[in-house]
Write a protein that binds this ligand. Structure first.
Ligand code: NAG
Ligand code: NAG
Ligand code: NAG
Length: 131
């Protein structure tokens, strides 16, 4: 009896969740690194987030650092985040998302992008994450 009640409750909760999800129509953007996701120390890299709407706010986040957040308004479909003078600590896993003026929620996050910072002098790769 109790298990039946619980499973009905779970069903109700998951249905409610489904409904909420269905309302969300912002498909995930695409994140790429220019010219390459493997960057020599001291160089710059551009992380480009390509969305599906124009006139939106883009955000760039980092998996290893929940406090890391860059935001940029764009009239177009994409935003470019320039990271300059890369250090080993900048290596890691980045993702982006976007939101429109009237959506309070961020879109689904992009696929993760692995950024590597190489140390040219020592000719070896910095460990990912770099803390
Ligand atoms: C869900 O979508 C409807 C129709 O587009 C909209 O009126 C409503 O505000 C949305 N609800 C949420 C929670 O975004
Ligand atoms: C990196 O970006 C900065 C700031 O835009 C610029 O001054 C510098 O010349 C760039 N360095 C390289 C190696 O492109
Ligand atoms: C972009 O958003 C701004 C601020 O909400 C609005 O005033 C403007 O009309 C929008 N532009 C387009 C092309 O939708």
């Amino acid at each position: 009896m109790i298990t039946e009640f619980l499973s009905l409750l779970c069903l109700g909760l998951s249905l409610g969740f489904e409904d909420e999800k269905k309302n969300e129509t912002l498909t995930k953007p695409y994140l790429s690194a220019l010219p390459s996701p493997v960057v020599e120390q001291g160089r710059n890299v551009t992380l480009r987030c390509l969305g599906h709407r124009h006139n939106v706010t883009f955000m760039l986040g980092k998996l290893q650092d929940s406090g890391y957040r860059q935001e940029q308004r764009s009239a177009g479909y994409e935003a470019e985040f320039l990271l300059t003078h890369l250090e080993p600590k900048d290596a890691g896993t980045y993702f982006c998302a976007y939101k429109t003026m009237d959506s309070q929620e961020w879109s689904e996050a992009s696929e993760h992008l692995q950024l590597e910072v190489t140390d040219d002098r020592k000719k070896r790769r910095a460990p990912p994450g770099g803390k």
